[in-house]
Design a protein around this ligand. Structure first.
Ligand SMILES: NC(=O)c1ccc[n+]([C@@H]2O[C@H](COP(=O)([O-])OP(=O)(O)OC[C@H]3O[C@@H](n4cnc5c(N)ncnc54)[C@H](OP(=O)(O)O)[C@@H]3O)[C@@H](O)[C@H]2O)c1
Length: 274
């Protein structure tokens, strides 16, 4: 039995799908089982990473687990996992951990990684780059005006399709040989924000425009949508353009095919932007 935490999230849902497709026994943890909408064939269990008393039931009989990174909540899970005899934990972390100049996102995930690597449990760490699904943040603007107003600069990044994170997670959960390994996971190409907007325009058959915002205007525009420290981290990350644009060979090596391109992701999610 494999426990998937964060099972209703962008990545967790895909992990559940992949594991089911490979015939694994899957238990999905969520705080709200009634609203989870998880597929048939999955055992759904109520659990909250911030309520350690809910975790023994979620972990009972599980051999491996996909761990959603929640700050301040890892120790409770890891202690319960040790008691339950878990044999491997696959942590979703973030590529920002490895940036030379740490920002809030990197620091937060670094602390989470440390909790896992010092837990005494066998671990695998996945460090995905920005998720392609973040670009759904642009959907309301695209639907309403066709103009994407976002942080303006020419920094490129290599975002990853959540399905590819899940495909790697499935390998790390199902196959031996991944214990003690850390994998940087990116998409197959580095693109600037205006380039990704252009791809979306092609997929949608519409002319879209990108309008760059200054950091101050970006902070102001985001104030209702994300914590200030996340907006600051996104701004700070732009200075790490070399690291952001890195394309990792790991996904292809681990899943035996090229990871999905941005155009493929956009075609699959075109409905969100129409
Ligand atoms: N976005 C990026 O570019 C990026 C890049 C690298 C890493 N990451 C990491 O990925 C995370 C987001 O992943 P995602 O997009 O798959 O998630 P998501 O779609 O934002 O969903 C959040 C998930 O976390 C679960 N969750 C939240 N609080 C919980 C709690 N107290 N106990 C148990 N489960 C809880 C939710 O489960 P229920 O509501 O069903 O309980 C849900 O499944 C970020 O927080 C970051 O750590 C993100």
């Amino acid at each position: 039995m494999i426990l998937v935490t964060g099972a209703t999230g962008n990545v967790g849902r895909q992990v559940v799908e992949r594991l089911l497709a490979e015939g694994a026994g899957v238990r999905a943890m969520t705080r709200r089982p009634d609203e989870a909408g998880l597929p048939d064939g999955v055992e759904v269990v109520r659990g909250d990473l911030t309520e350690p008393e809910t975790l023994p039931a979620a972990l009972r009989g599980a051999e491996r687990a996909f761990l959603f990174p929640l700050s301040g909540a890892m120790e409770g899970f890891l202690a319960a996992a040790r008691r339950a005899g878990l044999r491997q934990v696959v942590l979703m972390s973030a590529s920002a951990v490895a940036y030379a100049r740490p920002n809030a996102i990197g620091r937060r995930h670094e602390a989470i990684e440390r909790a896992v690597t010092e837990s005494g449990l066998p671990w695998t760490i996945l460090r995905p780059s920005a998720f392609m699904s973040n670009d759904r943040n642009w959907a309301p603007q695209i639907r309403a005006t066709g103009v994407v107003r976002w942080l303006g600069d020419d920094a490129a990044s290599a975002p990853i399709d959540e399905r590819d994170i899940a495909a790697v997670a499935a390998r790390a959960l199902l196959d031996d040989g991944h214990a003690g390994r850390t994998y940087l996971l990116t998409g197959p190409e580095a693109l600037t924000d205006p380039q990704r907007v252009a791809v979306l325009g092609e997929v949608l058959g519409r002319e879209l425009r990108f309008e760059g915002l200054s950091p101050d205007d970006f902070r102001a525009a985001m104030s209702a949508h994300m914590p200030r420290e996340i907006a600051d981290a996104l701004i700070a990350m732009r200075a790490e353009s070399k690291e952001m644009a890195e394309v990792s060979p790991a996904p292809a090596g681990l899943i035996g095919r090229a990871p999905h391109t941005y155009a493929e992701w956009a075609a699959r999610h075109a409905g969100d932007f129409r």
